[in-house]
Design a protein around this ligand. Structure first.
Ligand code: BGC
Length: 749
């Protein structure tokens, strides 16, 4: 239930509030009449940021400070023109700039078009922070190109539940991988002077009842699974903004949760930027302000009218709680102090100074959808593709044997660029797989096409069993005549989306039947998924020789798929989650979506492969898995002990050799096992990875440095990370289930 208990309805304070408001308004009038000298310290970009913040706060009235705590409209914060404080102009993300309506909209004629980059899950599948950084940088450039200051991304929430509607936005099931990708994306964005917003803090792991659900998560699990990507965003990337999540964690809404926002974010991690609410995720006034939730979004008239519309009301959006009309009486009543206003407004001001937003003209600089940005989208999409199966080396397509291709499926002639909801970008153009394949095949292969089945709702006339039967027949007919069939299946943005979770991992619209029917008539059937999460492949995965996962790959998805099918790019993507067929296999099964608006994270730290390892379960495809057109040999594992000011370190090195005949890339993964722990720990935890590209026959040395953070668990007794002296195993391999080299070292202190 929405908690409205802390509203300004307490009659005792009304009179006092009115008196103080009168004084405040008089203060504003007086302040207006003062001239701010042009050499005021806060205007001097050369002075230390803290001096500027304090100087500016000292010149602001209480009302001006309070005015900064709620947005001006849908995508902009409130400006204070008297002092030259600009509004922060935001853009929705994280897979590119999303179009939105209302007074802060970007273009007069909606929708606004920008580059659709691969979804977060695709970026994670590259295991290549350079890709995440280049995507972040390109998005940062596009944000500047439209004269805005902030992007609402990246999403770093962990995939706890394979059914979560927003899995495609995040970086998968492992906290270390999510942290590395998030850090790189943020560095890319902020390198352009644009504020990145890491979201949604914390544990936004389901859409089901996201406004009301209360998650019970023990402290160790928060620290080991649901915090690391946020902590790294703060400490390694210096992120300038954090978005609080919609739901409750351990009894309190994230937007008014002092444990999350004060104890952890600011005190433990040293966050100095500002916290922004998710859109419609504030549910009271005093709680959020005192917890350090600095900026409520959206604000102003657009927020009020939006909150009155049917859907936000129905789903439980809460908002319009931090407007000055609500905050000032609480200040007058003493439930919010002016020192707190200083902290909160100060965090926003500090970010404006640090990012350069305060000091630069808010004019458009740069371009959108340039050849370079398109190249980033294509490169990222191609690197993300995971080769799940390739019996008999059917792929890459051999033009000397395959002269005709049947391209089939509901995702063949449609570019599935992203999942649904606030991240979906309106692109200027998108390359469909069919077009990408035709373009690459040229005259060397004959390409035919059939829809096979239609995604639910895309053409209601085709959603009937009879229509499906007919479409399947047409597809089978062209598949039977072709040398190879490529079947593009998966989910649409209406199936995987923000706002709701899937109810099953099964593919919609009879796609299983379609694949089975095609596989029967064509032994060279290649299945390509477009989805952001696991889908049930069990009915046919044994019947087809080749399977690729191409995710929601952004506007260049069609080129990227063709690049890999034809072997111009060696597939090097690795799964960022364990690929299961049935929700019953999930660690969260039985504890999702919760009962009576309460969900217990009973699996604790055993999320994803940590759970499958513990229970010796073999998923359809394991975390970190992905084949290549070539193959790699691992050898010469060496572990050397060293020392830094931070304590003992271990240099792990090994040799990787491309043993095949083609150029290729491998993602070397390093897992650590604590063999002597006094508490229960996972069989293995990812603590390092490196993507290496090698020509045939070539080898390279890959090295990692492990410090105590790679060995530690979170002790709830000590309220700290503990690395217990003793023996640790190092497991190096090509996936979490394909460990090629093992070694160990002794932590002595
Ligand atoms: C989403 C956020 C998004 C915001 C603004 C919310 O519904 O959860 O991720 O940035 O809307 O569109």
């Amino acid at each position: 239930m929405t908690d409205h208990s802390q509203t300004n309805t307490n009659q005792t304070y009304t009179l006092r509030a009115i008196l103080i408001l009168t004084v405040l308004v008089a203060g504003v009038a007086a302040a207006h009449s003062q001239d701010v000298p042009s050499n005021a310290p806060y205007k001097n970009a050369k002075l230390p940021v803290e001096q500027r913040v304090q100087d500016l706060l000292g010149r602001m009235t209480v009302e001006e400070k309070a005015s900064m705590l709620a947005g001006a409209n849908w995508m902009e914060s409130v400006a204070v023109p008297r002092l030259g404080i600009p509004s922060i102009k935001m853009a929705d993300g994280p897979m590119g700039i999303r179009s939105w309506a209302g007074p802060s909209k970007i273009t007069k004629s909606s929708p606004f078009n920008s580059t659709a980059f691969p979804a977060g899950i695709a970026v994670a599948a590259t295991w290549d922070p350079a890709v995440a950084q280049s995507v972040g940088q390109a998005i940062g450039q596009e944000v500047r190109a439209i004269g805005r200051d902030m992007i609402l991304g990246p999403t770093v929430n962990i995939q706890r539940v394979p059914l979560w509607g927003r899995n495609f936005e995040g970086y998968g099931e492992d906290p270390y991988l999510a942290a590395q990708m998030g850090v790189a994306y943020i560095k890319g964005v902020q390198g352009e002077g644009v504020i990145a917003t890491v979201k949604h803090f914390d544990a936004n792991n389901q859409e089901f009842e996201r406004h009301r659900v209360d998650e019970s998560i023990d402290e160790r699990t928060l620290q080991e699974i649901y915090f690391p990507a946020f902590k790294a965003a703060v400490q390694e990337a210096g992120v300038w903004s954090v978005m609080s999540a919609y739901q409750k964690v351990n009894g309190l809404y994230c937007s008014e949760n002092p444990f999350l926002l004060k104890d952890i974010l600011r005190k433990e991690w040293g966050f100095k930027g500002f916290v922004v609410s998710d859109w419609g995720s504030t549910y009271s006034t005093v709680g959020p302000v005192n917890a350090g939730m600095d900026l409520e979004m959206p604000g102003g008239e657009p927020a009020k009218s939006w909150l009155m519309t049917e859907n936000p009301k129905k789903v439980g959006n809460g908002g319009d709680w931090l407007s000055p009309e609500k905050v000032l009486p609480e200040v007058a009543a003493g439930r919010i102090t002016v020192a707190t206003l200083d902290d909160n407004a100060g965090s926003i001001l500090r970010t404006m100074f640090v990012s350069g937003v305060f000091d630069r003209a808010q004019t458009a600089a740069g371009e959108i959808d340039t050849p370079a940005q398109r190249a980033v989208a294509r490169h990222g999409a191609a690197e993300s593709i995971v080769l799940l199966k390739n019996d008999g080396n059917l792929l890459p397509l051999d033009a000397s044997k395959i002269k005709s291709l049947a391209v089939i499926g509901p995702s063949a002639a449609v570019a599935r660029t992203g999942g649904g909801g606030s991240s979906l970008v309106h692109f200027k153009y998108a390359v469909t797989p069919l077009d990408g394949i035709k373009e690459r095949a040229g005259s060397s292969m004959q390409v035919s096409y059939a829809l096979g089945t239609s995604m639910p709702g895309e053409d209601p006339a085709k959603d009937t069993p009879e229509a499906r039967e007919e479409l399947r027949k047409e597809a089978v007919a062209i598949a039977a005549k072709a040398d190879a069939a490529i079947v593009l299946i998966g989910n649409s943005a209406a199936v995987e989306s923000e706002d709701f979770d899937r109810t099953t991992l099964d593919l919609p619209a009879g796609q299983d039947d379609l694949v089975q029917a095609i596989a029967k008539v064509n032994h060279n059937t290649i299945v390509v998924f477009n989805a952001g999460a696991p889908v049930n492949a069990s009915r046919w995965v044994g019947q087809v020789p080749s399977v690729l996962d191409a995710w929601f790959g952004g506007q260049e998805i069609g080129h990227a798929i063709a690049d890999v099918l034809f072997g111009d790019v060696d597939p090097s993507g690795k799964l960022p989650f364990s690929f299961i067929n049935d929700f019953k296999e999930s660690p969260a099964y039985g504890n999702y979506p919760g009962e009576d608006l309460h969900v217990k994270y009973a699996e604790g730290i055993y999320v994803g492969y940590r759970y499958f390892d513990k229970h010796s379960i073999t998923p359809q495809f394991p975390f970190g898995y992905g084949l290549s057109y070539t193959n790699f040999g691992y050898s010469d594992l060496k572990i050397k002990s060293g020392k830094t000011s931070g304590g003992q370190t271990f240099e792990v090195s090994l040799k990787v050799r491309n043993q095949g005949k083609r150029m290729g890339a491998e993602v070397v993964q390093l897992y650590v096992h604590d063999g002597h722990s006094s508490i229960d720990r996972p069989v293995k935890e990812l603590k390092g990875f490196r993507r290496v590209e090698l020509s045939p026959g070539k080898s390279t040395t890959v090295s990692f440095t492990l410090d105590k953070s790679s060995m530690a668990y979170y002790s709830t007794q000590k309220k700290d990370w503990v690395a217990e002296p003793g023996s640790f195993d190092v497991l190096v391999g090509s996936s979490s289930a394909d460990i090629r080299l093992k070694g160990s070292f002794e932590l002595s202190q």
